[in-house]
Design a protein around this ligand. Structure first.
Ligand SMILES: C[S@@+](CC[C@H](N)C(=O)[O-])C[C@H]1O[C@@H](n2cnc3c(N)ncnc32)[C@H](O)[C@@H]1O
Length: 419
C-alpha cells in the first residue's frame, strides 16, 4: 500500500470500536449531530420529508455516520448516508456497527474523498479528523465543497495547534527512535515505553488535554506515530474554508471562540470588543492556548443569507442530549452553571428564570409559547422586555456551550443517552 496514511488506518482502524457496544449506547458528538446540522446549515427550515443525502468523507469506524443515521431513523426521516473511507478495515467496523443497530440508511464505499464528486450531490458533508491527514487539505476540502448540492453545507473537524503541544515534538522524537520503516508493532511498543517514563518537563507529559495514547494502540498510533498530520490555528481554518469557496457559519462550541470567555480583565475585554470577528476568534484561541480541535460548520461563500437559526418567537428551542427537567433541576437562581472547556472550568451566570425556561424546552413549545406559559404559571407581570431579559442570556449561554439549538420540526423522540 503506497500511501502511508491508508496503510496506517488499514492496520489500526481509528477510533477503535467494538460493534457489540452499539447495543448499550449511542456515541453522539460534533460535527454532524442532526440538531446542529439543522440549526447551523438549514436555519431550522430543512424539510424532514425530503430525502437527506449525506456524505461522511473519511468516515472511519463510523462514529459520525452511525450517530446521524440513527438520529434520522429515530425520527423516521428518509435519508441516504454514504460512508466513504480509504480503509476497508475501518469500513468493516462501521458496517458491523450499522448491522447491530439495524440501520438500513447507510451505503458504504471504499475510496478517496478526492473523488467525492463521482458519488453525486450531497446536502451535507462531514469531514471529521481527516483533512489534516491529507497531502493537500485545500484540494480535499475543494473536492467536498464541489460535491455539495445547492443550499448544502459541511461540518469539519481539524486539529488545533495550541492544544496539541507535545504531540509534534513526540512524533519527531519517535521518528528518530522508531523510524517508520520499522514494523508497526515494534514502534507502538517503543512509544509505550517512551510515554511511561517522560521527564516532568516534557511537553506531552505537561499537556493534560491529551489521552488518546493511553487507551488503544490505534489511539497511540493516531496521536504519536501518525504518518502525516498537521494542526491549525483559527486564521488557518478560515483560510482553508475560503480556499474551498466556503465561509464559516459557526465554530463549535461557540463559547470557546468568544475571547471574553477566557479573560475577565475589563481593559482587555474593552479592546477585544473593538476587534472584528476573525480577530476576536483568533484572540480567543491564543488566550485559551488549549484548543486541541476546531469544529466548524460552513456553507458556500456566495450564500448571503444567515443560515444559522435564531431564537425568534416562532422558533422551537431544544436541548441537545439533555433532559429539560433534569437540567432545570440543576439550575438554581443566583448560582452560575459550571462547565469545563479545554481543561478550564467556566462559571456561566444565568438569570433566575433560566430553570423555568429550560424546563419548558420540550421540543414542542416555541419561544412565544414558553413566554406565555411562564406568564400563566410563574409571573403574571412578565412582559416582552422582562422575558427577553431572561431568555436572551439563557439562550446565549446554553447555545454557546452547544446545549440549546433551534429545531424546525419539534419534539425529540430519542431518549438516547450519548457518551
Ligand atoms: C482519524 S480517522 C477519523 C474517522 C472519522 N471521521 C471519525 O471522526 O471518527 C481518519 C480517517 O480518514 C480516512 N482517510 C484518510 N485519507 C482519506 C482519503 N483521501 N479519502 C478517504 N478517507 C481518507 C482514514 O482511512 C481514516 O479512517
Amino acid at each position: 500500500m503506497a500511501d502511508p496514511v491508508q496503510a496506517q488506518y488499514q492496520a489500526y482502524p481509528y477510533p477503535a470500536r467494538d460493534p457489540a457496544d452499539e447495543r448499550r449506547r449511542l456515541i453522539t458528538g460534533s460535527p454532524s449531530h442532526l440538531l446542529e446540522i439543522d440549526h447551523y446549515i438549514y436555519g431550522a427550515r430543512r424539510d424532514p420529508a425530503w430525502p437527506f443525502r449525506v456524505l461522511f468523507a473519511g468516515g472511519g469506524t463510523g462514529d459520525g455516520a452511525i450517530m446521524l443515521a440513527q438520529q434520522l431513523a429515530d425520527r423516521g426521516q428518509p435519508a441516504e448516508i454514504v460512508h466513504l473511507d480509504l480503509s476497508a478495515a475501518s469500513r468493516r467496523v462501521a458496517e458491523a456497527r450499522a448491522r447491530v443497530r439495524g440501520l438500513a440508511n447507510i451505503r458504504f464505499e471504499t475510496g478517496s474523498l478526492l473523488d467525492a464528486g463521482t458519488l453525486g450531490r450531497f446536502d451535507y458533508v462531514d469531514c471529521c479528523g481527516v483533512l489534516h491527514h491529507l497531502e493537500d487539505p485545500e484540494a480535499g476540502l475543494r473536492a467536498l465543497a464541489g460535491a455539495l448540492a445547492p443550499g448544502g453545507g459541511v461540518g469539519i473537524m481539524v486539529y488545533g495547534e495550541l492544544g496539541r503541544s507535545g504531540v509534534y515534538e513526540t512524533q519527531d522524537l519517535l521518528r528518530r527512535l522508531a523510524p517508520p520503516a520499522r514494523p508497526a508493532a515494534e514502534r507502538v511498543a517503543l512509544a509505550r515505553h517512551l510515554v511511561r517514563a517522560l521527564p516532568e518537563t516534557n511537553l506531552l507529559r505537561r499537556n493534560p488535554l491529551l489521552g488518546d495514547h493511553l487507551s488503544s494502540d490505534a489511539g497511540l498510533f493516531d496521536l504519536l506515530l501518525h504518518a502525516r498530520d498537521r494542526a491549525y490555528r483559527v486564521p488557518g481554518v478560515l483560510a482553508l474554508l475560503a480556499a474551498a469557496g466556503l465561509r464559516l457559519v459557526s465554530f463549535i462550541e461557540p463559547i470557546r471562540y468568544r475571547p471574553e470567555t477566557w479573560t475577565s480583565d475589563p481593559a482587555v475585554r474593552r479592546r477585544l470588543g473593538e476587534m472584528d470577528e476573525p480577530d476576536r476568534m483568533a484572540a480567543a484561541e491564543l488566550l485559551s492556548s488549549a484548543m486541541k480541535v476546531h469544529i466548524a460548520y460552513a456553507v458556500a461563500a456566495d450564500r448571503r443569507e444567515d443560515t444559522q437559526a435564531r431564537p425568534t418567537p416562532s422558533a422551537i428551542p431544544v436541548l441537545r442530549d439533555l433532559d429539560p427537567q433534569a437540567l432545570a433541576r440543576t439550575l438554581k437562581p443566583g448560582v452560575p452553571l459550571t462547565v469545563r472547556f479545554d481543561g478550564q472550568p467556566l462559571a456561566l451566570p444565568l438569570p433566575a428564570l433560566a430553570g423555568p425556561i429550560v424546563a419548558r424546552c420540550d421540543g414542542r413549545r416555541t419561544v412565544a409559547d414558553i413566554q406565555n406559559d411562564l406568564r400563566e404559571t410563574v409571573d403574571r407581570r412578565l412582559d416582552d422586555r422582562a422575558f427577553q431579559a431572561a431568555f436572551a442570556p439563557t439562550y446565549a449561554a446554553l447555545n454557546g456551550i452547544n446545549r440549546m439549538l433551534i429545531s424546525g420540526y419539534g419534539a425529540e423522540r430519542t431518549g438516547i443517552v450519548g457518551i
